[in-house]
Every structure is written in structure tokens, then in C-alpha cells.
Design a protein around this ligand. Structure first.
Ligand code: TXA
Ligand code: MG
Length: 327
């Protein structure tokens, strides 16, 4: 069954089609990374602005040099330690990588996903697959095959959904840029800053959770339909009650220890203290709140350490006002 599904997916890719593939982070919308017509279709189907670079997924670090040149020793160390896994490395691109993948830049993003089905597919396909998250631009990334089917049912742009069950990590990969003078964290994700700093032995540049964000550059992304509002734990109950009093339907991700008065128009969940569990559930909850027709979602930020940085990053982006060129 699985072998047939994988063989079919490989055929679809070879014929220039689009396949939704499971990864440990979120589902990806995959195309043959050497087929420009197929890559163009990714942008069309997602409604993604052109020039937004895509991640190339490969079977193992052994094929890295097909995509990147001047790979620094630290990249090999990181690959040995974290691949397959939720770490994307930005490296100088090999000369023949399509500018559609790199957004015309001189760098390329590459990772080896940690999902048995997609690793089988990469082996069967015997090439790289370019894949952004399998959601329409700006929407919540899918963590189940059904999420993909629901989102693309109307447009019909996805040729095949390779079902690999629930994504375990639940938020996107960490993106580490190794193309500059020092490693920079471009997106917090499944591999923590702390783990990367411990292996690289240096403090990473790039976005820090406490760094000020430039207004107007704040990407609204990973967003449910409902408006997301970030609240301080001490204000949460009052904010929720005020929204309910206005007749709104609300979803709440409450921190541990805060008990809210039950209400028929409130769907409340408690943020698990284990951050892996929280990350695993975050996008699922966004979808549940949307399906329950919530007008507003209230959440508080977790401690921004470890996986907490990725969770806080996604909550902030979901709460941001401006729609921004991201993915
Ligand atoms: O976990 C993940 O990374 C998932 C799964 C499917 O692998 N993929 C994913 O892809 O999140 P996407 O397209 O939604 O996000 C990729 C991010 C974008 O923010 C893009 O700007 C960045 O990677 N990126 C890609 N190539 C880059 C490059 N050469 N330099 C800097 N950023 C790059
Ligand atoms: Mg995305």
C-alpha cells in the first residue's frame, strides 16, 4: 500500500505534477526541483508571490553538493547531527539551481525531512523536491493530509496527496543561514537555537525573540481566519469576558493555572507545559477554532526558550495586522 502510494507519487513528480508530502514539521507542496514548469505551478496553486524562495528537500546530506557549493564544515557537522530533521540550511547555491527556487538569490535552502514516507519518496524519485508548506499563501500550514485536501479541494491544483498521518513536530523547520560571515537564525522552528548554539559553539545572529520588529514588515502568516489577540496571563479572563459580552465567539489557548468560566460561545484549551506537545497542537487548534467559527482567538506567549521561541513566533505572526510577503 505504502510502496504503491510512494511509487505513484514519484511518477506524478516525474510527470511535472504536484504532490502534497508529509514531513515531520508540516505537509509540503512538492514538485520536481529540476522542472521549472512544475515549480511555477507551486506558486500558482499556493497564490504565493514570485521571488519567494522554496526549500529543496533531499534524501540525505550525500546529495547536498548537487544543490549547494562551498559548503562550510559547520554545515556538514549540523547535517550529521540534525538530519533527517527540522533544520533547513541556507547555503550558496550550485550554479544550475533554478532561480525560481532561490527567488533569484545566490543562496539555496536545503533540508532532509524526517518522515519515513517522504524519505522513501525521495529515494524512489531520486532527485530533489522543492516544497513550501502546502497551504494557500498566508494560511495555517497543514499538519494532516485532510487539512491539505480541505484547503485545495476547490482549486484542484494538487495532483496527489501522499498521506503520512499527523506531523509530529507541528511547526515548520528552523532556518539557519550559513551563507554569511556568521550563522544567522532566520526562522525559529523544530530545532532550538540553544541546540544549534551548543553545536556551533557560537551565538547565532539573526532574529532574536526580544528584538524589536519593524512595523509594516511584520508578516501576517500562519494565520487562522479568526483574529488572534495576544494577552498577558493576568488580563486574559477579563479580555475573554469582554469579548463574550460583545456577543463574539472566542477560542482561547490558556496558560497553565488559569481557569476560565465555561461559556457556550467559548472553546478553551490549555497550553501543555511540554513545549513539544504545544507545538504539535498549535496549528490544529487554529483550525479547530476556525471550524467552530470563532471570531477571536486569545493566547498568551510561552516562555521564549527552546521550542517556545518557535511557538511565540507563530503566535505573533498570526496576530500581526499586516499581510506580508512570506509563505
Ligand atoms: O518545515 C518546513 O520548512 C516546511 C516543510 C514542508 O519542509 N516548509 C516550509 O516552507 O515551511 P515555506 O516555503 O512555507 O517556508 C520556507 C521559508 C520561507 O520563509 C523562505 O523565505 C525561506 O524558507 N527561504 C527559502 N529559501 C531561502 C533562501 N535562499 N534564503 C533565505 N530564506 C529562504
Ligand atoms: Mg509556509
Amino acid at each position: 500500500m505504502r510502496d504503491e502510494a510512494v511509487a505513484h507519487a514519484a511518477r506524478v513528480l516525474r510527470n511535472g505534477g504536484l504532490v502534497a508530502v508529509p514531513t515531520e514539521t508540516v505537509y509540503g507542496l512538492a514538485a520536481d526541483a529540476r522542472n521549472e514548469a512544475a515549480i511555477r505551478r507551486i506558486f500558482e496553486v499556493k497564490g504565493r508571490p514570485a521571488r519567494h524562495p522554496l526549500i529543496v528537500h533531499i534524501a540525505s546530506a550525500a546529495s547536498l553538493e548537487g544543490w549547494a557549493r562551498d559548503v562550510p564544515p559547520i554545515a556538514w557537522d549540523l547535517a550529521r547531527r540534525f538530519w533527517p530533521g527540522p533544520l533547513t540550511l541556507v547555503l550558496r547555491r550550485a550554479a544550475d539551481v533554478s532561480p525560481l527556487i532561490t527567488g533569484g538569490q545566490d543562496t539555496v535552502a536545503v533540508r532532509v525531512p524526517r518522515h519515513p514516507v517522504t524519505l522513501d519518496l525521495l529515494e524512489a524519485f531520486d532527485g530533489g523536491i522543492a516544497a513550501p508548506s502546502a497551504n494557500p499563501f498566508g494560511a495555517v500550514s497543514p499538519t494532516r493530509a485532510d487539512d491539505v485536501r480541505e484547503m485545495f479541494a476547490a482549486s484542484g491544483g494538487v495532483d496527489y496527496v501522499l498521506d503520512g498521518g499527523d506531523c509530529t513536530v507541528g511547526v515548520e523547520s528552523t532556518i539557519l543561514d550559513l551563507s554569511g560571515p556568521r550563522p544567522a537564525l532566520l526562522r525559529p522552528g523544530g530545532i532550538t537555537r540553544e541546540a544549534l548554539e551548543s553545536l556551533t559553539g557560537c551565538e547565532l545572529g539573526g532574529e532574536r525573540p526580544d528584538a524589536p520588529r519593524v512595523p509594516g514588515q511584520h508578516p501576517r502568516h500562519y494565520s487562522p481566519r479568526a483574529k488572534v489577540t495576544l494577552s498577558q496571563p493576568a488580563d486574559l479572563a477579563a479580555s475573554v469576558e469582554a469579548a463574550l459580552a460583545r456577543g463574539l465567539t472566542v477560542g482561547v489557548i490558556a496558560p497553565q493555572g488559569i481557569v476560565l468560566k465555561a461559556d457556550a460561545r467559548m472553546l478553551a484549551v490549555t497550553a501543555p507545559s511540554a513545549l513539544e506537545e504545544y507545538a504539535h497542537r498549535l496549528y490544529r487548534w487554529f483550525r479547530d477554532f476556525d471550524n467552530a467559527r470563532c471570531d477571536l482567538i486569545f493566547a498568551t506567549l510561552p516562555d521564549e526558550r527552546g521550542l517556545g521561541s518557535a511557538i511565540a513566533d507563530r503566535l505573533r505572526r498570526a496576530a500581526a495586522e499586516e499581510v506580508q510577503p512570506q509563505s
